[in-house]
Structure formats: C-alpha cells, structure tokens
Ligand binder design. Structure first.
Ligand code: GDP
Ligand code: IMO
Ligand code: MG
Length: 423
C-alpha cells in the first residue's frame, strides 16, 4: 500500500503545511484532495516563511510531484498569485505541479455569492473566508460547475456566460446587496485562465493509479480540519467539502484499502477562526496568552483565531472518524509558562456527562468537564532532542497518548522545519 494521509483533527490551522513539508522527503507525490484557497498552509525553512493556498506543501522539495486533485476547487486568480509568489524559488512547475482536469473552478461570481450569502445571514454568518468555496461546491453537486478541463474547449466561455448570468440573477435575490464590478473582476479572471492553460492539466486519478502500480509513495494533504467537515463538523459552521479521510478517496480516486497510515495532526490547545460552537473557548487572559504566543491570526484572512484548552472528546471523535494511526502534536511550545494545563475529558449535558460528540455542541447544551495537569516552564523552541523535554511536558504527552489510545509520533516545538521532534 502506497498512500498515506495527513489531516487536521480540529478546526483547521493545526500546522498541516509545516508537517507535510517535513515529511515530503519520504514521498514521491504530495496530493491535495479537497478545499481550495480557504486554506492557508504555512511553511518556514532557512529563514523563509511561505503561505500556500491551493498548491500542495511539498512544492519546495527538489523531487516530489505536487498534485492538485479533483476534489479541490481552484480560483485561477489566487492560483496565479501563488505561482508568482513562488518565482524566487525557481521551481520547474511543468515537472513538479499537476492539476486535475476534474477539479472545479471558482468563478468571480462564486465569490460574490459567498459574500452575499454571508451578508444576508447577519449575526448567524458562518464566518466564511469569502473565497467562494460554498457556492462553487454547490454548483459542483448541483451539476452546473465548470471544471479545469473545460477551459480547453473552444466554446467554454458560453458555458461560463450562462452560469454567470444565473449567478447574477441569484445575487439580485439577496436583500443585502454586494457591490461589484464584474468586468473588472473578469479581466483578471480570464488573464489567469490563459495562464492556467499552460500548466500540466491531467487525469489525476489515472496518474495516481499508474503511480501506485509503480510503487510510488503518495501523501494526501488535507485542508481545513475534521470539525469543519460538511457531515461530521459543527454544521452549519463548517466548510463545504469532506475534510475527513473519506475525502481523500473521492478527492483523488484513491481506494480506501490503498490507504496505509492516517496521520492526525492537532495543536496542544485548540483554535477556531470564524463562527460556531467551541466548548473549551477561553475568554480570559489564558486565551489571550495562547493567541499572543501562538501568533494566532488566520494565514488566509488575517482574522484573530479564537483559542481554548485541548478537547479530548472532540479529538477522540475525529480519531475514530478518520481511522487515525499516528498523531502529531503541534505548538506545545506555546503552552510553556502556564502553571496548570486544562484538558477537557467529557461534556456535561442536562442528562449527565458524555464522552462523545453529540448532534450539537453549542454552549446551551454542553459544558466542558476538565482535568488539570501541571504545566512546564522551560522554553521548548530550542529543543532538538526528545531527552531535553521537561518532565511535565513528557507527562502531558503520555497522558494524551493514554487517553487517545494512539501514539504521538511527532512533536513540533516551533514553526520552522527544524523544530520538529520525532518519537
Ligand atoms: P495549517 O493550515 O494546518 O497548515 O496551519 P497554518 O499554517 O494555518 O497555521 C499554523 C501556524 O502555526 C503557522 O503560522 C505555523 O508557522 C505555526 N506553527 C506550526 N507548528 C508550530 C509549532 O510547533 N509551534 C509554533 N509556535 N508555531 C507553529
Ligand atoms: P486550513 O487548511 C481554518 C473556516 C472559515 C469558516 C468556515 C467556512 O488553513 O486549515 P469557507 O471559506 O470554507 O466557506 O469557511 O471554515 N475555514 C478554515 N479555518 N483553517 C482553514 O484551512 C479553513 N478553511 C475554512 O473560517 O469558519
Ligand atoms: Mg491554515
């Protein structure tokens, strides 16, 4: 079996980009399978800091092929900006970047529809990244979408015009109007489409079938996190794709029995950007400290991330849904200096304590139940060897492994590629 899978177990921003970059030297192909430019995957190495949105996080390695799978939604304008930002690295994109012809395109009007939908919801808004994700997946499942492969047909602009006309009609139906200059947006869009045509557009599932036959090692890179999954997340405050393990099967054409390791990545605490329930959210100085030390601002939108204590109820749920075989814990360094670390072990409901994720985790239905562990004061960011971990940090890791019944194989102690400890 040649396919491993890496995915976020919380509400996104767990550090997927960093770890994919760290692991890439062991793989031949890195493949994104869902989401789109709502993702912001940060990599830091050799003094460089880089945020990727659509392009897989293996792009900086000399050998690996990076593949944007059929399950991804691509905004050509964002994609071309990403390509421009990568110019200093002299990457041979013809050899190193493949794009599925079956991936769907985000049109300018999808972004406008996203904005209109959010504006119309007022206080109940999802807190979408406004990248057009929801409307694009709606057109995909509604069987109206435009796929990357379509842009090679001579009459594809007719299809584009028909869909855009429909979108304009939909925009008019919203009471809250969104200001836009479509002509201006289209100049950039069509310029980016022209550029996109020069990339390697492939039948990506076939490419992966052949790669598996040859014994290539493939790592599927998830975006967002399991609690943002369209089915298993905190609906409706979720994204519009399957962010859990099943998404790798539909988003790449990889059969379930070909998946070997499932790497589940989580922060030593929890963050969430956007709206929706968050049982362990902190509104006190502890939350502020996590945000400050952890530099918790969205990589895509710059919005402040909400912070809270680690939630083992939610983590166990996500480990089960995804079939996680190995865990990776990020940002333990951010918790250095706390006298006590709280860990949510159950939810208190009207009918007693439960240790699973119910239909709704809004604060009126559940309250977190905590255990307290002693903290550690040593700065972890300079640690290069497992033996240098302070005792209470080791105890924290051991406690989590026992509670989650899954080994923690990587501990990350800083944003840089090098600040990664294997266990
Ligand atoms: P992703 O979306 O899962 O790839 O994560 P993001 O890149 O959106 O957010 C993770 C943030 O944490 C980025 O700014 C990373 O550079 C940073 N980061 C990753 N791992 C660590 C870590 O172990 N410690 C600290 N302090 N920062 C980290
Ligand atoms: P990465 O891959 C964190 C959140 C948004 C919003 C909700 C719906 O970097 O971990 P959408 O634009 O998808 O319709 O927004 O999902 N969201 C993310 N939060 N990390 C992400 O990606 C996210 N992608 C979407 O903030 O609450
Ligand atoms: Mg992110």
């Amino acid at each position: 079996m040649a396919v491993d899978l890496l995915l976020g177990l919380q509400w996104g921003d767990e550090g997927k980009g960093k770890i994919v970059d760290v692991l890439t030297s062991s793989y031949d192909i890195i493949a994104r399978f869902q989401g789109g430019p709502n993702a912001g995957h940060t990599l830091e190495f050799e003094g460089n800091k880089h945020v990727l949105h659509t392009i897989p996080s293996g792009i900086f390695h000399p050998k690996a092929v990076n593949l944007i799978g059929n399950g991804v939604v691509i905004d050509p304008t964002v994609f071309m900006k990403e390509i421009e930002a990568l110019e200093p690295y002299n990457i041979d994109f013809n050899k190193k970047l493949l794009i599925s012809k079956k991936a769907h395109l985000i049109l300018p009007t999808h972004r406008l529809l996203d904005a209109a939908s959010e504006a119309s919801k007022g206080k109940a808004k999802i807190g979408s990244t406004l990248k057009g994700i929801g409307p694009t997946y709606m057109d995909k499942t509604g069987r109206n979408g435009i796929r990357v492969g379509d842009i090679m047909a001579v009459d594809w602009e007719d299809k584009y015009k028909r869909l855009t006309k429909k979108h304009i009609g939909m925009l008019k139906s919203y009471k809250t109007s969104v200001e836009f200059d479509l002509e201006d947006l289209e100049i950039n869009f069509f310029k980016s489409i022209k550029a996109l045509k020069k990339f390697e557009l492939v039948d990506s599932e076939q490419y992966l079938i052949e790669a598996q036959k040859k014994g290539s090692k493939i790592l599927a890179e998830g975006a967002q996190g399991s609690l943002l999954d369209i089915d298993f997340g905190t609906y409706p405050f979720v994204t519009s794709s399957t962010t859990t393990a099943a998404g790798a099967c539909t988003g790449l054409g990889v059969a379930p029995n070909k998946i070997k390791e499932v790497f589940g990545i989580f922060k030593a605490y929890v963050t969430r950007v956007g709206s929706g329930p968050f049982p362990t959210e902190l509104f006190d100085s502890n939350g502020k400290t996590m945000a400050e030390i952890g530099n918790e601002f969205g990589s895509t939108t710059g919005r402040a991330r909400r912070c809270g204590w680690i939630d083992l109820v939610a983590l166990k749920y996500c480990i089960h849904i995804n079939g996680v075989t190995q865990l990776m814990m990020m940002k333990g360094d951010v918790l250095s200096g706390f006298d006590k670390i709280k860990v949510c072990t159950a939810y208190q409901t009207e009918s007693g304590e439960i240790d699973y994720l119910p239909y709704d985790i809004a604060s009126q239905y559940i309250k977190p139940v905590y255990e307290e562990l002693p903290g550690w004061h040593k700065d972890l960011t300079g640690i290069t060897d497992l033996n240098e971990f302070p005792e209470n940090f080791n105890n924290f890791i051991a406690y989590l492994e026992e509670a989650l019944k899954t080994p923690i194989k990587i501990v990350s102690v800083g944003p840089d590629r090098k600040q990664t400890i294997f266990r």
